[in-house]
Write a protein that binds this ligand. Structure first.
Ligand code: FAD
Length: 291
């Protein structure tokens, strides 16, 4: 099933994200995670791609497992650390495993000066163009409500986002954010430059103080005072912090849906229990928007 056909106006969708294990030995547990998350009946499950294509075989394996569970898979694919032909060969392997949806990404730049080399993609936009030419993929891209860290400013970032939409992106999934106003502002600015494809709101339930620190360190995402107060008050008590993080994510999603955002993507981080709790908190909110 192509994800673009699920993202209909007037229909709320909630999707989830998982990541593959670094080693093949982690696959049995990862498959259990897939089954537990698929049982929650998300609209689709996305499977991340290791930086530089490191655990590519595990990504393919897990995305295929998601499809076997009867849930559409969205396979992430980064292009920054491989030759173009190698990247396209991976896309063909996804297709051969029944995967119709690809989130086309550049990936983070290597820390050494090995980028860019001849024969490599420089930006996600170029990969999107080639995937589109291959014909049968539904293609997603990444977007950044607070601007991508490398961008000189948000306006420039948005122009490059528009290029991705024009190259054939069927939808965008946003980087996580913790302040909904930043996302609303981004949606207005995206519309203003002529981006009309669906934009999925990326929500990360932060359930521990350690996870919060790591996440902010890696992405530089703004954490509102209101969220920091939860960490100050509950951060040293894991069970309470987990409950507070789930409540915060739930509240964010309810506010988004109340304000007309229809597509929510939960960064479930291989924690089916957290995803289950959030979806259970939202059951009435979601069913009130079902056909
Ligand atoms: P691009 O769209 O290429 O943008 C990268 C930077 O280049 C931006 O600053 C942009 O403004 C600029 N730019 C774009 N086009 C041009 C141009 N034509 N000329 C000049 N500048 C340009 N990483 C992984 O390794 N694996 C994953 O599975 C993964 N999943 C992700 C999922 C989501 C939803 C998001 C938001 C990010 C994900 N990432 C993942 C991280 C992502 O790879 C990084 O954020 C990466 O640095 C940028 O990727 P991109 O596809 O957004 O790149």
């Amino acid at each position: 099933m192509k994800i673009k056909n699920l993202l209909k106006p007037g229909q709320v969708t909630v999707s989830c994200e998982i990541f593959p294990p670094k080693q093949g030995t982690g696959l049995p547990h990862a498959r259990e995670v897939v089954h537990a998350i698929a049982a929650l009946q998300p609209a689709f499950v996305s499977v991340t791609y290791g930086a530089g294509g490191t655990n590519c075989a595990n990504s393919i394996e897990l995305a295929a497992e998601v499809e076997k569970c009867g849930v559409p898979a969205l396979a992430h694919l980064t292009c920054v650390s491989a030759e173009k032909q190698e990247v396209l060969a991976v896309a063909r392997r996804f297709a051969a495993n029944g995967i119709e949806n690809i989130l086309a990404l550049r990936g983070d730049l290597p820390k050494d000066d090995s980028f860019p080399r001849d024969g490599q993609y420089r930006h996600a936009c170029e990969l999107i163009t080639d995937l589109k030419e291959m014909g049968n993929f539904c293609i997603g891209g990444a977007c950044y409500p607070e601007g991508h860290v490398e961008s000189a400013n948000k306006a420039e970032d948005l122009q490059y986002l528009k290029e991705k939409a024009d190259a054939g992106c069927d939808f965008f999934t946003s980087q996580m954010f913790f302040d909904n106003d930043l996302f609303y502002n981004f949606l207005y600015r995206a519309l203003a430059v002529g981006i009309h494809v669906p934009i999925l709101a990326g929500i990360m339930p932060l359930t521990s103080a350690k996870q919060m620190r790591r996440c902010v360190e890696l992405s530089g995402t703004y954490l509102p005072r209101r969220f920091l107060s939860l960490v100050d008050r509950f951060g040293s008590d894991p069970a309470t912090m987990k409950q507070a993080g789930i409540a915060y994510a739930t509240e964010q999603i309810i506010d988004l849906i109340a304000n007309g955002v229809e597509h929510i993507h939960i960064y479930t981080m291989n924690k089916p229990d957290v995803a289950a709790k959030i979806l259970s908190n939202l059951s009435h909110v979601i069913s009130s928007h079902a056909d």
